[in-house]
Design a protein around this ligand. Structure first.
Ligand code: SF4
Length: 331
């Protein structure tokens, strides 16, 4: 079975229909415990110091794992991916390009997904079969999200981890579902969190800082909305949606406008007191912070991360002050 690395969420149904094992390189990079070593090895291969750590991590993760090919997302994710693809290709890595059309036009999306299906030699019938299998898993993930914000039982980190893992279903959707059911049973049996005063939303790319959720909880708050991670799940899709519909409604690859609508809805529905906007050092998406702060209408704390690991003292202090301020505002 071929192992195919992903640089971000793509129509994973196509890979699964082809019998491939999808591997989200981001997840391996950040959970593998070797983040700093991987960044160093990318820098030894010539990647600049002042480049986003995720890009260096993705590069080295693909080079050091037995990956047969990588899907490089050329549109809708990261402006650095095109150059990353060229370096991979120069090292002999097979790279299959995929783009989320910025026009968000149906015909363009049909063309992209059909091209991916052709590359992996799968039919629409095979893809639909996979979609049928993934639908109930996505609905269970949606329930886990509700266990976080509605029932106050799942932690912000659990919510983050399960949702972010929907990009590749940990390579094996059947095992993913079994593990998810065990986790859901455990969460259901808990009493709701009661010793917290502040409800927060987390927006922006997933954090490279590993203890952000724990720090929020240590300061009397909870993250009950993970914006991009939730978008990765495609859990809002209807059972009748085609694969084209699913990836046209996916918010992350397109403009900020649609994301802001989604975030505002969550602010109202999940009764959020504030937002943490995570930005990554040297990432073009940091510019979005200007509009986020102008348009959300609730307090926003921008946190910038650089290398994998725990938050630095300055971030801890800023988070603590933000939580104090939100508590005062509530009082
Ligand atoms: S954080 Fe920004 S620069 Fe880094 S990989 Fe993601 S989109 Fe690209």
């Amino acid at each position: 079975m071929k192992k195919v690395g992903l640089t971000t969420t793509i129509p994973v149904e196509v890979l699964l229909a082809a019998g491939c094992t999808p591997i989200d390189l981001n997840n391996i990079f950040v959970t593998g415990g070797k983040g700093l070593e991987l960044i160093e090895s990318a820098e030894l291969d010539g990647f600049p110091r002042n480049l986003c750590a995720w890009i260096k991590g993705l590069y080295a993760t693909a080079m050091t794992n037995e990956i047969d090919a990588v899907i490089g997302v050329t549109e809708g994710d990261c402006s650095n991916t095109k150059s990353l693809i060229e370096v991979w290709q120069s090292k002999g890595m097979r790279v299959i390009p995929f783009g989320f059309p910025q026009s968000r036009q149906r015909e363009a999306m049909v063309k992209e997904i059909d091209h991916l299906m052709k590359t992996f030699e799968v039919s629409m019938q095979q893809v639909n079969k996979v979609m049928e299998k993934l639908y109930p898993i996505r609905q269970r993930i949606k329930y886990l999200d509700e266990l976080t914000w509605r029932h106050n039982k799942a932690s912000g980190f659990e919510n983050h981890l399960w949702q972010v893992s929907c990009s590749d279903f940990n390579g094996d959707p059947a095992t993913f579902l079994k593990d998810l059911e065990v986790q859901i049973s455990e969460i259901e049996a808990r009493s709701p969190f009661s010793d917290y005063e502040v409800r927060l939303g987390y927006i922006g790319v997933p954090p490279i800082i590993e203890d952000i959720y724990a720090l929020v909880e240590a300061n009397g708050g909870r993250i009950v909305f993970n914006e991009v991670q939730r978008a990765f799940t495609m859990a809002e899709a209807s059972v009748h949606d085609s694969i084209y519909d699913i990836y046209l409604s996916y918010t992350y690859p397109y403009d900020l406008k649609a994301r802001l609508v989604d975030i505002k809805k969550a602010i109202a529905e999940r009764r959020l007191d504030g937002i943490i906007h995570y930005t990554q050092s040297f990432c073009h998406r940091g510019i979005e912070d200007i509009l986020v702060k102008q348009q959300l209408g609730i307090p926003v704390l921008t946190i910038e991360g650089d290398l994998p690991g725990k938050a630095d003292a300055r971030t801890k202090l800023r988070l603590e002050s933000f939580m104090d301020m939100l508590r005062d505002l509530k009082e």
